[in-house]
Design a binder for this molecule. Structure first.
Ligand code: C5P
Length: 222
């Protein structure tokens, strides 16, 4: 596809981990370098899209042509993602923490002779499922990720229907992925699945951006 094939489209991309505070100095987080999401944001911008990248804490530089909104917690990520709407495209690649501590301590929790504290956790909102809910603000193409170690296609397909999104990028995490430059993915749509060979994260992003551009060029396809 040509270099301007997503001109006039707005894409919101989430990337990186979230950080859920326990107290002012401690927190819970997930393993995610953010590399795949950042590469997707860059690839969409390179095709002419206006890109809002909502990012948890990472060590990565803002890609050229991308507007980054920095967040820490899942609640902040959800608020920033919603605030970025309307969008034509949503690619939610962030590794959102499933839980947060229900009451964040205002001061540093002290080591006490009575032993370690018990943390009470509550569930974080599912940003992807919320964004994919039918309504006037729903992006027309909502893409999620599924990191799986087994049964990639079946798990990705059930996630697609459970979350109500349009495509799932199934991620085989049985090999080296975290922090690595390579990725093995399966693109699952409502009517099919496409296994991609092992590629670099940049190549995965480029292919995905091409598929997205094709989707908007041929509106009869999903
Ligand atoms: O449910 P699970 O974490 O396996 O789903 C992964 C997909 O859902 C990813 O696209 C991730 O960004 C998204 N997700 C989300 N909000 C959550 C949990 C996951 O947007 N709280």
């Amino acid at each position: 596809s040509d270099g301007r094939s997503l001109a006039g489209r707005h894409a919101v991309v989430t990337a990186g981990p979230t950080f859920e505070p326990i107290d002012p100095v401690r927190g819970l987080t997930n393993r995610s370098s953010g590399k795949q999401g950042y590469a997707i944001a860059a690839a969409l911008a390179a095709r002419g899209a206006v890109v809002t990248l909502v990012s948890g804490p990472t060590a990565l530089a803002v890609p050229v042509g991308v507007t980054r909104v920095d967040v820490e917690s899942a609640l902040d990520m959800q608020a920033a993602t919603t605030a970025a709407l309307p969008a034509d495209i949503a690619v939610l690649s962030a590794a959102v923490a499933d839980w947060r501590v229900d009451t964040v301590a205002g001061g540093k929790i002290k080591k006490a002779p009575g032993g370690p504290p018990t943390l009470s956790l509550i569930e974080n909102p599912d940003i992807l499922a919320g964004l994919a809910t039918p309504g006037p603000m729903r992006p027309s193409l909502v893409i999620g990720f599924a990191a799986e170690t087994t049964d990639l296609e079946a798990n990705a397909r059930s996630k697609l229907s459970r979350k109500g999104c349009d495509w799932i990028v199934g991620n085989d995490v049985s090999g080296p992925v975290f922090g690595a430059d390579g990725n093995t993915v399966l693109l699952v749509t409502r009517d099919g699945a496409e296994a991609w060979p092992r590629l670099t994260k940049t190549e995965v992003a480029s292919r995905l951006a091409d598929r997205i551009a094709d989707h908007f060029a041929e509106p009869t396809e999903s």
